[in-house]
Structure formats: C-alpha cells, structure tokens
Design a protein around this ligand. Structure first.
Ligand SMILES: [Zn+2]
Length: 257
C-alpha cells in the first residue's frame, strides 16, 4: 500500500510463531529508526512494550484492529479472566479495517502521499472483496455437513464465523500456541471428533504436530499441515496475504471434501 514512498521492514522473520516470539536486540534498533509502527493489537504483540521502552523516541503507532470488536474467550491459565481473539486477519472483511487504519497512519507520517495511499488502499480493498467472494465459492464446494474445523490452537474463529464452519475444537484450547492441554481436554476433543465426524485436524506451519498426530492416530482422521495462519513465506506459497489465504482455503477444501 505504501508503494515506494516508505521503506517497510518487519520485526518477525518468515516462519516465526508470533505467540512465542522472543524479541531480538536488532528489533530495538528497527523500532528506534521507525516513523510508523503497525501492530495487530488484541495483545498479539506481547513482546512490544519492553521494545518500545528500550527504543525510546516517538513514532506513530497504528493498531490495525482499532475499531473492530474482538471475540472474547476464557483465559487458559485464569478462567475468571477473558482474553480477546487476535486472529482477525483470517477474515478478509475485517482486514478492510486494517487497510483503512494503515492508510490513515501512512497519511499521517507522509501527507504528500495522500493521493497514492488513498488510491492504493481502495485498490487493495477491492482485492480483499474479490478474495472473500472466491473463498465463499470454494467453501460452497464442501458438503455443508463436512464444514467442520479442528485446529491445533484456536486460530480460526473469525474465519469460521464468516464462512459458515463449525469449530469442533482445538488440540490446544487456547488462542495462543503458547499454552498447554490436559489429558482431560485431549480425550474430550477425541470424543468431539468422533461425535461430529470431523474429517481432519488443521495445523499451522509453525505449530508442533505431536499432539495432533496422537489424536489423529486415535480417531483415524488426517492431519493437514502447512497452513500459514500467522506468517508469510519468502516466495510461494504464502508470499502475500492474499496468496496465504488462497493457499489455506485450498488446503482446507481438499481436507474436508
Ligand atoms: Zn494464533
């Protein structure tokens, strides 16, 4: 969206799991040099506070999810506390808000580029709407009773809501990969998979497959891995957000048909 008007860098390298990310010393320098910092928000960047403190200085901070209302879930460690679900980018309709927030941040630091940012944002929003229509078409090829998702952690709530999937459960019943699962939760999920006939467990590329493989062995379902839920790839198959979504949807459709 910024075209060549600004230099864009990212804190997390390809293939890093943001839930488990440990900031690197070089991140402080990157932030210190920046005029604009874009975050997802909803506590996704759990590492950011100390980085900001160490970097000092001032910059515009855009929280891409600003204006959206996150779904709430009980905290794994402390059940009396609710935590927000950060995975809003997995519904392209919500990403329209991301684009608008980022556009406004770019205009704030570089008002001379206003026209460019407006035009690029508008063009990208059209691409997001086309992506949404394409996903609906793909999902329609899955028999309705097989639109069942079992994932490794609770990442696909917004996606499921938008495209009419039922979330059967998650191997790690948490919105972070950085949590555990109990034997009781494991056997409950196995029962759920058997009861619903969910055909597959879907796994993000950066996630540990051990538990999913155990459950698959006990239930006879397949494990579909290499979804890119929270990271892009350096080149195919997930070089851009839109490629990432198309890749994931293709894997999901293949896994459920
Ligand atoms: Zn996640």
């Amino acid at each position: 969206m910024a075209g060549d008007r600004v230099k864009v860098d990212s804190l997390l390298p390809f293939g890093a799991d943001p839930h488990a990310y440990q900031a690197a010393p070089s991140d402080v320098a990157k932030i210190a040099e920046s005029n604009l910092l874009i975050l997802n928000g909803v506590e996704y960047e759990h590492f950011i506070e100390s980085l900001l403190e160490n970097a000092g200085g001032e910059r515009v901070i855009v929280t891409a999810t600003d204006g959206l209302t996150p779904n709430q879930m009980e905290d794994e460690e402390n059940e009396s506390q609710m935590v927000g679900d950060p995975h809003m980018w997995l519904d392209p309709n919500l990403v329209i808000t991301y684009v608008e927030n980022i556009r406004d941040g770019l205009i704030q630091i570089d008002p001379d580029g206003t026209e460019t940012y407006n035009a690029n944002a508008e063009a990208y929003i059209t691409q997001l709407k086309n992506l949404d229509a394409w996903i609906v078409e793909q999902v329609n090829t899955i028999p309705a009773e097989r639109r069942l998702l079992v994932t490794n952690h609770e990442a696909m709530g917004y996606f499921a809501e938008r495209y009419g999937f039922e979330i059967v459960g998650a191997v790690i019943p948490s919105m972070s990969t950085d949590a555990g699962t109990s034997a009781k939760e494991m056997s409950a999920l196995i029962e759920q998979i058997k009861a619903t006939g969910a055909p597959a467990i879907f796994l993000g590329e950066v996630e540990n497959a051990d538990l999913a493989n155990q459950i698959a062995a006990e239930t006879g379902v397949k494990v579909v891995d290499s979804l890119y839920l929270e990271t892009l790839t350096d080149g195919a198959p997930a070089a851009t957000y839109i490629d990432m979504m198309k890749h994931n949807v293709t894997r999901i459709v293949e896994g459920l048909k």
